[in-house]
Design a protein around this ligand. Structure first.
Ligand SMILES: [Zn+2]
Length: 368
């Protein structure tokens, strides 16, 4: 029998300058906190977070995040903190810092608080980390018993980060409904270990509506470094709605195709997660045989957000059919999320990649 499973963080808090109130939300976890951040993030917010914690009676110990979200880095930080009786681990920064903090909290059996300083992916709310080798290559997913105890997002920090990060987060979040919809149609399983709930379906659908309504306005807000209602809505869609949506609603072809691109060498690796997912989403739409009107709608939004829509944009202009087929093979490898939404062969994926590129170029040619 298929069980419906829904998981989520215990608490989500979002607002302008909200890091100055982190102590109010963390104080009851215990009196000893381990703060994990890299140098840049520490200089940006370290003192404000420490001050707020101190006001709530929480003592803060700092751990420098210096490398990768790798086994070594996790072990190193966990070992250094082993004698400190850490009640709560607070990860502050981008994806790799946050993934490391989740793993360290798991090792120390402590509460985990996630403070994303950019809204570039939907990973913060999830009960999993992506673990890399020390050289920065994907190694494995690490799953945890529970989601974060608190996810706290300061929209002032997001507004002051480069706009490219927000656009990447929008692309990651735009994939959510496209993928959940195919998991629902196929009867597939989700990252939470069951079939999607009505809650996850509703959240994923609303995520997409918010992004089409406010995505461009939010992008412009970040370019101007101002916090607006549009930005607040899109940060929630990128972080909370997409996070709950993908984890309890499921991933499908778009993310598998993203992973498939790692089978290739070259400049594609300079793209962000969300940028690769943007093109992967177009490929999924091509696989599904969606209408021209639907393609045009996505391509227009991606282009307004300066996201990649063609093979040239993802640095694969000169890729051979053989290379494209390699992506198709990697995307359809056993265990890949494409199988939660599709019955599909590597050849079909390769054809869809070529078709998606062609559709985007057709759209662009009409603009000239
Ligand atoms: Zn993603």
């Amino acid at each position: 029998m298929s069980e419906r499973v829904f998981i989520s963080p215990a608490k989500y808090v979002q607002g302008k300058n909200t890091i100055d109130r982190i102590g109010d939300h963390v104080g009851h976890f215990g009196s000893q906190a381990l703060l994990i951040a890299d140098d840049i993030v520490w200089r940006l917010i370290g003192e404000r977070v420490t001050d707020s914690l101190k006001a709530s009676g929480v003592n803060a110990e700092k751990a420098d995040f210096v490398g990768e979200a790798s086994r070594h880095e996790i072990e190193r930080i966990a070992k250094a903190a082993a004698e400190s009786h850490t009640a709560v681990v607070i990860g502050m920064g981008g994806g790799k810092t946050l993934d490391t903090a989740k793993a360290v909290a798991d090792e120390l059996d402590a509460r985990i608080v996630i403070v994303p300083t950019i809204a570039s992916t939907d990973a913060p709310t999830s009960a999993l980390s992506v673990i890399y080798t020390d050289e920065g290559n994907f190694e494995t997913y690490r799953f945890y018993k529970k989601n974060p105890d608190l996810v706290l997002v300061d929209t002032k920090l997001i507004a002051e980060a480069p706009a490219r990060f927000l656009a990447s987060g929008i692309a990651d979040a735009l994939a959510t409904w496209v993928e959940v919809r195919s998991v629902l149609a196929f009867g597939g399983k989700t990252m939470a270990g069951g079939v999607p709930t009505i809650a996850a379906e509703a959240i994923a659908k609303r995520c997409e509506e918010v992004l089409f309504d406010y995505g461009i306005l939010a992008y412009e807000s970040v370019k101007a470094k101002v916090v607006t209602p549009a930005l607040e809505s899109v940060v929630e869609a990128n972080t909370l709605l997409s996070g709950l949506g993908f984890e309890s609603g499921g991933l499908a072809a778009a993310h598998a195709i993203h992973n498939g691109f790692t089978a290739l060498h070259g400049d594609i690796h300079h793209l962000t997660h969300g940028e690769k997912v943007a093109f992967g989403t177009l490929v999924q739409l091509a696989l599904e045989g969606r209408t021209q009107a639907e393609f045009d709608r996505y391509i227009a939004l991606y282009m307004a957000l300066e996201l990649p829509v063609t093979l040239e944009d993802v640095k694969l202009k000169d890729a051979s059919r053989e290379d494209i087929l390699k992506v198709g093979q990697a995307a359809t490898a056993e265990g890949e999320t494409i199988h939660s939404g599709f019955d599909v062969t590597p050849e079909q994926v390769a054809d869809a990649i070529i078709a998606a590129d062609r559709y985007a170029r057709l759209y662009q040619s009409k603009l000239r």
